[in-house]
Design a binder for this molecule. Structure first.
Ligand code: PHE
Ligand code: FE
Length: 290
């Protein structure tokens, strides 16, 4: 959610078809065979890796939406299915959109997804979230009713954070939950973050590598933490359940937290472990020091 954008970043042809809320037609008929193939390649790779790593509601969501039927999903068909489950729809956008536009979509149970797909020679690296990250990574979790409500509340909370000047803190919350979150289950630690489940290398690294710290989720601490957008995370935060996350965020008034945060400019560096932290795994940080 690094959404500092300006309308002029999009080419004129895109601006001409873009609505006021930055949505565009997906243009599903326009994908080439090679682009559908890229989806299939990425899909098959992740689906092999994720059993025993991704949390069950992610895996169930993939099945319920039948995202592996072949090729890039058609947003209309997929949204009809998703809407019947939790009331969410997926809308196409040409790339990152301004924060208030992004929040407004979430607040109305619309998930904005990039309609383009990475090039076949960029399977492991991309700068901007594409349709594989946005759809494979984010949409399955929107079939989980608690998580679906969390995402909507996050959109409303985002709009509120803009008034309090606390956007950065709210963005850190998104980063360490929606994008890079881990959850403790009876069967062990599992992934639910979209940035992890959509990445072949990080879905292994985040769970198994001795390098990163894995700390119990602590709302205010997370909201004061820096994050890396250029490499694997140095710290992952672990929730006990989606209900717990919901309670700590949706059921909590951020007003007093924003008041406390006004005074503090400095963020905790990405490898900090505070004295009061509940440590699941103390990382060696060897990877980050490499
Ligand atoms: N409860 C938060 C507030 O008072 C809103 C929020 C909900 C923020 C869920 C993030 C996630 O602003
Ligand atoms: Fe994302």
């Amino acid at each position: 959610m690094e959404t500092h954008t300006d309308i002029n970043q999009f080419p004129r042809e895109v601006r001409e078809i873009m609505a006021d809320d930055y949505t565009i037609p997906q243009g599903w008929e326009g994908y080439s065979d090679e682009e559908h193939q890229t989806w299939d390649t990425l899909y098959e790779r992740q689906v092999k890796l994720l059993p025993g790593k991704a949390e069950q509601s992610f895996l169930d969501g993939l099945k319920a939406l039948d995202l592996g039927r072949g090729g890039i999903p058609n947003f209309e068909t997929m949204s009809d299915e998703l809407e019947s489950l939790t009331g969410w729809r997926v809308v196409a956008v040409p790339g990152l959109v301004p924060d208030e536009v992004f929040f407004d979509h979430l607040a109305n149970r619309r998930f904005p997804a990039g309609n383009f797909i990475r090039r076949a020679d960029q399977l492991d690296y991309l700068q901007e979230p594409d349709v594989f990250h946005d759809v494979f990574g984010h949409v399955p979790m929107l079939t989980n009713p608690v998580f679906a409500d969390y995402m909507q509340a996050y959109g409303k909370g985002g709009l509120r954070s803009l008034d309090s000047g606390c956007l950065k803190n709210l963005a850190a919350l998104y980063w360490y939950t929606v994008e890079f979150g881990l959850v403790q289950t009876d069967d062990g630690l599992r992934i639910y973050g979209a940035g992890i489940v959509s990445s072949a290398s990080e879905s292994v690294f985040s769970l198994k590598d001795p390098s990163p710290h894995r700390l119990k989720f602590d709302l205010e601490r997370v909201m004061r933490t820096d994050y890396r957008i250029d490499d694997f995370q140095q710290t992952y935060f672990v929730i006990d359940s989606y209900e717990d996350l919901f309670h700590a965020t949706v059921d909590t008034d951020f007003g007093p937290i924003y008041d406390r945060l006004q005074g503090v400019d400095d963020k905790y560096p990405v490898d900090t472990i505070l004295a009061e932290a509940e440590v699941v795994h103390r990382g060696s940080q060897d990877y980050a020091r490499k």
